[in-house]
Design a protein around this ligand. Structure first.
Ligand code: NAP
Length: 347
């Protein structure tokens, strides 16, 4: 796990620019969720100005690739979740076998879900690593189409390339060409902090995928209001903060270390002691997920898991609805008082 976490982090950090408004009006659907006390797992939100109606709880495909999960497990996990209301599956070319596992498990049910992937990093030799050229991006998308066993992807996102690569422009041109060719219906940027801000302001992306959670709140003021103003679809990645309250000591998995460190300083009451193991909506996982889900402008949370029963459990937690205002205010206040200038959005 430590090695896998390290390689993922290194891979992304190599190309990501990590650096640091008031609330704008949230999307109508997000507001509605805040008003509805008991949303059903199948609840849909209009995904920005796209034609998609996304379920609040999606599926993040990194864990099944990095852990890794067996095909039979992924078959059970994804088919069970689709039966229970899942309609967003997110993955990336570089999540090892994730795309292949997903393609094998649910390509036959393609009409039942929106399929999101990310391009620019490859795990296929001879080019094992990032390629942000126009050609590189187009080739990455071709490989994803084959691995996912589909003719068209709903959303292809640039996988956390740096500001410099965004400004070079080749990667964006590649995405735009793939959209014109009908290989992807929409295009997005997946990344954080000031690089994500640039991506939003460029006006060239339909969607933003960014880290949003109790340990990663920079985006709440830096980027989410801008994305909402442009009616972009917003995907919350790492939405449950990698459940870092699970660790009694510094995790071996380097990908989890930064959030774990932050949590030691944030000292949220709901993420210490017995609350860490409380599997109900007011325990650590429930509060973390409900906090992310109720942020204005957020449409879908792509929680990662390798456990076949997890999606239904998490959907049940979300049924508890938005957190009490006092609790949200205290989470925000704690963040504002504890956060350091380098607590920027984590890829
Ligand atoms: N740069 C990028 O574009 C980028 C970077 C990071 C992530 N992502 C995307 O975001 C997705 C989600 O990120 P992530 O998987 O890193 O973070 P995450 O969803 O915040 O955390 C996943 C972890 O939380 C655990 N978990 C889930 N539900 C739980 C619950 N109710 N109680 C306790 N633990 C629970 C899972 O363990 P179990 O296996 O035990 O359920 C898993 O280890 C990824 O799969 C990927 O699609 C994109």
């Amino acid at each position: 796990m430590a090695t896998q976490g390290t390689s993922r982090r290194e891979l992304l950090a190599s190309s990501a620019a990590l650096a640091a408004a008031a609330w704008l009006v949230p999307s109508a659907r997000a507001l509605a969720w805040q008003d509805e006390k008991k949303p059903v797992p199948g609840e849909r939100r209009k995904f920005g100005k796209t034609d998609m109606q996304v379920g609040v709880l999606g599926f993040g495909g990194a864990e099944i690739g990095y852990e890794p999960a067996e095909q039979a497990t992924v078959d059970r996990l994804l088919n069970g979740a689709l039966d229970a209301g899942l309609n967003v599956v997110d993955t990336a070319e570089c999540y090892r076998e994730s795309e292949v596992l997903i393609g094998n498990a649910i390509a036959a049910r393609r009409k039942e879900f929106y399929l999101f992937t990310k391009c620019g990093h490859t795990s296929e030799p001879p080019k094992d690593g990032p390629d942000w050229s126009k050609e590189g991006v187009l080739q990455s998308i071709e490989r994803s189409l084959k691995r996912l066993k589909t003719d068209v992807i709903d959303l292809v996102q640039l996988h956390s390339c740096s500001l410099e690569e965004l400004k070079n422009g080749g990667c964006i041109e590649g995405l735009e060409q793939a959209k014109k060719q009908g290989k992807t219906r929409y295009i997005g940027y997946s990344g954080d902090s000031t690089t994500a801000k640039w991506a939003i302001e460029s006006g060239r992306f339909d969607t933003l995928q960014t880290s949003i959670n109790i340990c990663d709140q920079e985006c709440l003021e830096l980027t989410l209001p801008l994305a909402a103003a442009r009616q972009m679809g917003v995907i919350a990645k790492r939405p449950i903060a990698n459940a870092v309250w699970r660790y009694d000591a510094k995790p071996d998995n380097s990908y989890h270390v930064e959030y774990w460190r932050r949590l030691q300083e944030l000292k949220y009451e709901f993420a210490v002691g017995d609350k860490r193991n409380d599997a109900g909506p007011d325990g650590a996982a429930g509060v973390a997920m409900r906090f992310t889900a109720m942020q204005p402008g957020v449409h879908v949370l792509i929680v990662g898991t390798t456990k076949p029963t997890r999606w239904a459990q998490n959907a049940e937690l979300l049924r508890a609805g938005p957190l009490a205002k006092e609790l949200v205010d205290s989470i925000r206040a704690r963040w504002k008082s504890a956060s350091k200038p380098d607590w920027t959005g984590q890829t």
